[in-house]
Design a protein around this ligand. Structure first.
Ligand code: RM4
Ligand code: MN
Ligand code: MN
Length: 426
């Protein structure tokens, strides 16, 4: 592949500088070679899925400003994630949204995935839009609807999503519902909850034994008065009622401002029901900004909980599915995703550097300043050379964004796909 020789050439030109930075970082972080290598291995194996709908520009409520060269179909979306993975070695899977990403030819999609060292992450259902030719409308909800016919249609759609996922080798169904009410009095809250739960139970029952269901909550939609699934508590109750293989999905942007998300993460791990993450950045609500762009300290604190849970033998089910769920309006979507991938690994690396034994002691002794200082020490350290080393050792690029710009990747995509190409989906 052309990119491979360009990559080697780029890395070759920058490796001296990288080695200097590695040796300085080892001194600053006071790490022996063996400790450094252990961290590099842990970082290198940390993978985050990219969703098919984040490869093009999203849009505001009033318009969309195409980046140019956006993928036009599933094959081109896989191509883009393949490129992101070749550069970052941090995203070895793609999450699909049905019906936006129904494959025309399953065998060739599978072959293309293998060529790009990718697999299919979760498959996502869509009952927040009406599709052409469907019998009933989701205008007044889907799984919660008062009309059994609408609920049946939405259940059937989810089952169809599972079947597409099975064919492609996925083992996870992600469900996010835009079900809710716009005005007081519109919903009977208790009945809407119950109908949704009954519908979810039917979907759950249709999953193969090795599948799990991820249930995503969200406090509000513009123009909404209530959501059927507004918070982690509701999602947790529904998961518990469905069965062991239903877990809560935390989308960072799906919280009201200043919510203590790290504590929610700790609660869900404590109950053994944290299933997955949608990473993004947010200032006000579901902004879908670059991960870590607004609250990097919170992102670090979330990873502290995740790393601590992994070390704690009493935590059941610590496996978590990681995905980015972002939307891009002004940044190049691929650059934005590379930025998010970097920020996520930075937070993870800092969590790995945290002295958990000392933290535990400080907590037991009620040493408030001491405990905070332990976190600050890890959070303030520069882990970027660790990340670059992990990328290089996995065959990726020492500096993916600089390479992306130098190799004129976007310009090449525009010449192949056109200026006004539109990604299917959002
Ligand atoms: C929602 C939610 C879901 C995603 C859709 C497109 O706000 O975050 O995860 O499937 O957007
Ligand atoms: Mn999401
Ligand atoms: Mn969202």
């Amino acid at each position: 592949m052309r990119i491979e020789s360009e990559l080697n050439d780029y890395n070759g030109r920058h490796v001296k500088r990288h080695e200097k930075q590695v040796s300085l970082a080892k001194q600053l972080l006071e790490l022996e070679d063996s400790e450094w290598n252990k961290l590099v291995d842990a970082i290198a194996s940390f993978q985050v899925a990219v969703p098919s709908w984040a490869l093009g520009t999203g849009g505001t409520r009033f318009g969309r400003f195409p980046a140019g060269g956006e993928p036009r179909n599933l094959e081109e979306k896989i191509e883009d994630v393949g490129l992101l993975h070749a550069l970052s070695k941090a995203t070895d899977s793609i999450s699909l949204h049905i019906p936006w990403d129904i494959p025309d030819d399953v065998a060739s999609v599978k072959a293309q995935l293998a060529e790009n060292h990718l697999s299919i992450d979760a498959v996502n259902s869509n009952t927040f839009q009406d599709q052409k030719g469907q019998d009933f409308s989701y205008k007044f909800g889907s799984l919660c609807h008062t009309d059994a016919g609408v609920r049946e249609e939405a259940i059937e759609h989810n089952i169809e999503v599972i079947r597409h996922g099975e064919a492609l080798g996925s083992t996870m169904l992600s469900v996010w519902l835009a079900d809710g009410s716009n005005f007081p009095g519109q919903h009977n809250f208790r009945q809407a909850y119950e109908r949704t739960l009954q519908s979810l139970m039917k979907i759950y029952a249709a999953m193969p034994d090795n599948w799990s269901m991820l249930l995503e909550y969200k406090p509000y939609e513009p123009n909404f008065y209530s959501m059927v699934l507004p918070d982690w508590g509701t999602s947790l109750k529904m998961c518990e009622a469905c069965g062991e293989r239903a877990d809560v999905l935390v989308d960072l942007g799906h919280h009201l401002p200043n919510t203590n998300i790290e504590q929610i993460v700790a609660r869900l791990t404590h109950f053994g029901r944290l299933g997955g993450f949608h990473f993004n950045g947010s200032q006000y609500g579901d902004d879908d900004l670059t991960t870590g762009s607004i609250k990097p300290f919170q992102l670090y604190l979330i990873f502290v909980e995740l790393v601590m849970a992994k070390k704690d033998k009493s935590v059941k089910n610590p496996a978590v599915a990681y995905m980015i769920d972002a939307s891009h309006n002004t940044k190049d979507p691929l650059v934005d995703l590379l930025m998010s991938l970097e920020q996520i690994r930075i937070a993870y690396a800092k969590a790995l550097l945290t002295d958990f034994n000392a933290l535990h002691r400080a907590q037991e002794e009620n040493d408030v300043a001491g405990a905070e200082l332990i976190l600050q020490r890890a959070f303030q350290s520069d882990v970027r050379p660790l990340l670059a080393d992990a990328r290089l050792k996995s065959g990726g690029c020492v500096d993916p964004i600089a390479f992306f710009n130098e190799a004129r990747v976007r310009e090449n995509l525009v010449s192949q796909r056109g200026k006004l190409s539109v990604a299917t989906g959002l």
